[in-house]
Design a protein around this ligand. Sequence first.
Ligand SMILES: Cc1cc2nc3c(=O)[nH]c(=O)nc-3n(C[C@H](O)[C@H](O)[C@H](O)COP(=O)(O)O)c2cc1C
Length: 329
Amino acid sequence: MPEGGFGYIAGGAGDEWTLRENRAAFERKQIMPRVLTGKGPVDLSSQILGISISSPVVICPMGGQGLAHATAEAGMAMGAAASNTIMALSTVSTLSMEQVATASSGPKWFQLYLQADDGVNRDLLRRAKAAGYRAIVLTVDSTATGNREADARNNFVFPLPFGNLVRKGTGGDIHALNAKFALNINPRSIEFVRNESGLPVIVKGISHPDDALLAINAGAAAIQVSNHGGRQLDGSPATFTVLPAIAKAVDRKVPIILDSGVRRGQDVFKALAFGADVVGLGRAAYYGLALGGWKGVRSVLELLNKELSMVMQLAGAQTVEDIKRTALV
Ligand SMILES: Cc1cc2nc3c(=O)[nH]c(=O)nc-3n(C[C@H](O)[C@H](O)[C@H](O)COP(=O)(O)O)c2cc1C
């Protein structure tokens, strides 16, 4: 992968403190071994918003996957489907949402970067519904582009067009594209997306319990606790750190997805024990796609699930519900 593309994927915002902290926070909590419970074998099966999945892991929306592999988001969707899980497709994908829907019949969500032009929003939502996407992931943490210094150093310009947004003059320039994003996202935006799409809305990019409550009161079907993988507000806390307070505020009214920093089965276990229902996988899946197309994505998910099974067995948790009742130390 050329340096510019790799920097875009791997990098975070500013000093990358939040990028590192997303990992470090997981390391500050431990899983207590439980060895005489007599439990086993383990069962990873889960569900979210009415969709059954093989384990509590889904694929996050990530832009421009043609950077990683010639099959781009079609490969990601096929890898997710082969592992019986959900793939979220980004607004700024390389392939169009219709091309990805044709490539894989597995369950998919469409991620919306709300545009300043409501006509464009209506059009994107109508297309997503028509193409069979089963929920809208409304990303609310990107009203400004994070300060990605790797991109500046590499003079990174997207080498490929964005399949969903064919516009003159925005070609591969992510900043020109971001200039069209809505800046004033608020609870009415959630109502708008819900009414226009008729689909459940997952509000992604929440770090504060008050924002979680505002989202739920506006009709969110789920909350995605995320700091965009440390790519937006550097200096913001790890998602794992803010998770318990959000889970307390949400009080099981809607499911909670947690992403940012998930790399191992241990992380999945800890996130569920700390208040999440499902985790989202970002860069790990992108790297799997880069290394082996859909088989690479499947391999990353298999490895994560294998690790999670092992951790559950050694921690005395037989089911995903058992993990949620486990206290970390
Ligand atoms: C290369 C890349 C592109 C991304 N593009 C999007 C996007 O288009 N929309 C979005 O909501 N989030 C996007 N994200 C954020 C992910 O959805 C997710 O929150 C993040 O990757 C999770 O952190 P992790 O990479 O540490 O697992 C992107 C992340 C990466 C790494």
